[in-house]
Write a new protein. Sequence first.
Length: 621
Amino acid sequence: MKNFGLDIWADDNFVIENGTININYASKPSLLQLTKEIRTKGHKGPILLRFPHLIKKQISTLFDTFEKAKKEINYKGDFHAVFPLKVNQFPNFLHALMDVSKEYNYGLEAGSKAELIIAMTKTPLGAPITINGFKDKEMISLCFIAAKMGHNITITIEGLGELETIIEVNENFNKGMKNPIAPKIGVRIRLHSSGIGVWAKSGGYSSKFGLTSTELLEAYEMLCEHDLLRQFWMIHFHIGSQMSDIVPLKKALREAGNIYADLKKRGADDLTAINIGGGLAVEYSQHSSNVDRNYSLDEFANDVVYLMQEIATRKGVEEPDIFTESGRFIAASHSVLIAPVLELFSQEYHEKSLRLKEENPPLVQELYELYHALERKNAREYLHDALDHMESLLTLFDLGYIDLEDRSNTEILVNLIIKKSIFLLKSEDSDELSRLQSRIQERYLVNFSTFQSLPDFWGLAQSFPIVPLDKLDTKPTNPATIWDITCDSDGEIGFNRDLPLYLHDIDVNKEEYFLAFFLTGAYQEVLGMQHNLFTHPTEAVINFDAEGNYSIDDLFDAENLMRVLDDLHYDTNELDKILKQRIQNATTLSEEEKRELLGKLYLYLSENSYLKTIQYQNENG
């Protein structure tokens, strides 16, 4: 994995210079520089950095690519896009998103009442709003209110019951009005074509959403009967998030295009748009042997535009406007999670840790001699001898013939022999050496929670690029497993010998070592859970001015302990009272000791759940 795979996943957003990973923009500050600056302000634990310029880059790239595809074949329909709020509703992200997207008339997609309120207040009038998901009368009524405000809002029908409710609400809101105002109407179609990968069930006849052909015809008749056909302007489909393969999309486009053309010929004159949903994949892989998508954005846009034109021309209907709801593509790259390494749990495997005796068991003594006599010419033979000796010595321990010091010496010596053999035989690409690397992996305890900050890793085995902030001019040699600080064994990113991660050998008592987790901006925050009551990390927005200078803005610390408990509906006033009373009632304490203890207690209650590093305490008391 050369340069931690930057050439695969980073999209030229980050660059390695002078041993650090830097933002490849404007003044190119290093992530290490930003991290240290934030930590000097007293913020502890993991830090989430947001980069609005990367949001703008993704939006402009999406629009520019589709405009280029349209221009190449003289496509007459327009291109529009909305951001699905389910991907990231956090204010620091959303405010930046709406600020940088103004010139593109970019809108929002909502799938709940709360998201609809966000869309109604944050979307500029005229920019599109689409409403997906199951809806009740109250939610549909909110959509009518939005339309009367002047919003360009479309309700996507997921079932015939929703259309019946729209008809009812329309009569209530527009009864007797000379100029009735109602939301636009879209219909989600249930395609025969299915998706691919983890989210394949989003498409196909067994999918959760959408109308069958029979239901679609019935919906069309209902729209005609209730004089709402003029509001029907969009058909919608979605075949899944993170589409790794372009072929299922092509099949879905052909199917949706023909449905569009048939409805146009049937008399749906105001039907002018096809919403292809989301699914545009992001490349998370750090290894060229295991990439996440088999297409480029250019291919994606070209296929969509070409197929829509081809079907429209063949069927003799106008070319539809094209809508996308790509959220992962827009949001993933904008944030980076940075967390300090607290401890290496395999550091005891050093020669100085040996507890050799004046008289050692013969096999332990032989392991010691093998280690010191190890050279490239004998490395494989001595390695096999060491592994054989280890099995014999562990059996002797089980039988009670050697003691704990002997067993410890065995573990250390065999680990050292494996490390040295792998180094000496590094030019050989053998399966045996790859297997052995997993036996000598270092366990890096990192100050974060996978459940809070990388839930897709825990739930879906989704990988995220991991890069140290510095020492990148030195080759990392430690096969690495990453442990988070939760008390759950699932909070581990294990070493994968097929997709290995190597980190540096460091002494955390002498220096700080930070890891950065990239492409965390989509879904990770909103899906993050407070397992062990670890809360959303401290976050900051990194903005750049016209001269290329950066500023650290909107800096919010992670919630403190009492705020987290308050979020779970504990009566924190009662908790505070109990804690105070129990200190006051402690008969073994003097009044001065009680005051000192209370001071310490309230200091700790003002902190968050993440751990303090030794370095932070040394630097700041």
